[in-house]
Design a protein around this ligand. Sequence first.
Ligand code: NAI
Ligand SMILES: N[C@@H](CC=O)C(=O)O
Ligand code: NA
Length: 436
Amino acid sequence: MIEYRNLRVAVLGGGSVGSQVASLLLEHREELAARAGAGLELVGVAVRNPDAARDTDIPRELITTDADALILGADIVVELIGGIEPARTLILGALGSGADVITANKAVLASHGPELFEAAEQVGAQLYYEAAVGGAIPIIRPLRDSLAGDRVKRILGIVNGTTNYILDRMDTQGDSLEEALAEATRLGYAEADPTADIEGYDAAAKAAILASLAFHTTVPLDAVHREGITALTRDEVLSAREAGYVVKLLAVCERIDADGVEGVSARVHPALVPLSHPLAAVHGANNAVFVEAEAAGSLMFYGAGAGGVPTASAVLGDVVSAARRHVAGGPGVAESTHANLPILPISSATTRYHVILEVADEPGVLATIAQLFSEHDVSVEAVSQTVPDGQEGSRPTATLVIVTHEAAESALAATVTSLAASPVVSSVVSVLRVEG
Ligand SMILES: NC(=O)C1=CN([C@@H]2O[C@H](COP(=O)(O)OP(=O)(O)OC[C@H]3O[C@@H](n4cnc5c(N)ncnc54)[C@H](O)[C@@H]3O)[C@@H](O)[C@H]2O)C=CC1
Ligand SMILES: N[C@@H](CC=O)C(=O)O
Ligand code: NA
């Protein structure tokens, strides 16, 4: 029998992900030791309430409420508490003591990444975070390592399982947002405060992480334009389907050239994706990250984006990597932010738009609307009109659905302002971006 060096592993948090990580560490102990080249001894699981019900049985003697004491003497610390504090302070404490840290916490990485990476570099430790984006899907390593020799141009990602699950249920089963969110929470997909999911904060944090990695530039969370799904109506979801699209909450990270300035833009918002695009086939709590790189072309990374067990897979992969690093010795590898590109505002982005208007059903209205688009340099690709049957009242209305060619955000915003003020437009019913 091989005698392995023993590494002490501390897990902080015993919720959906932490309880699964702790159990799998115990259950697969021998297999993991053989892969890592070191024994992985679970020295404890720090929780807030030792008597809380858990998804797995963790031996009582491993449970503690003293996270600070647990990290002392640990070689590898796994942070699965979530949120900013005390997660940030615990990660800094663990790194400061020379431990490698594994986290699934995109919120703390997106808001305090540079401070945490700097702390790791100071002591030659490594901060791993594969589970922080796309749950089980390998996407951090591919961007950090496999694509390190290429130039990423664009990333389109479905990176929040809860909202994808909700939009899918609204689209295919006619659920309301509230019904679908309750189910996503029951299944362990949602954040402790699900506002983070439905208002797009979670996806924005992931967009900041992906853009930073892809473009070798620190992209702060507050530079990510963010819109959630709470303003979306079922009618918009259904009318998108009728027009050959599906609505997804997308993270869009791009390297763009705005008036001769090369920079980076990151945004999160609902968008129409053509049914023919691979992202349209991502259902339930699954995630997918579609990467366009100069040499590699288009790549798609797909799989379970949320849920305790799948996320534990990514965390344990990082635990094995950290253990191998301990065995091999040498300092950790610093984050690559050398490109330091300027971060451009959403007004610099260009995309296509799907606009629904309720207009007066009168001669000349179409020409007036077309003129408003053209005055703002927005070119119309397609228009369709429906007139409801049996209208009563003096002024009949029609519904116009307009799809534009690529246009600047600023130009589209000005067009919408003019449309809203036009006497022939009764209402601007919906404005959604079209991606993919
Ligand atoms: N649930 C999922 O599908 C995924 C979660 N993540 C991330 O993984 C992390 C953990 O998420 P979940 O397990 O879902 O959260 P959770 O809310 O189920 O579990 C968090 C655990 O931390 C404990 N905790 C809170 N404060 C503590 C403290 N001061 N000391 C010790 N324990 C404390 C809580 O009691 C709870 O057991 C979060 O950062 C989350 O964003 C990432 C990918 C997927
Ligand atoms: N709440 C998140 C969990 C994974 O990061 C999600 O729904 O994607
Ligand atoms: Na991942």
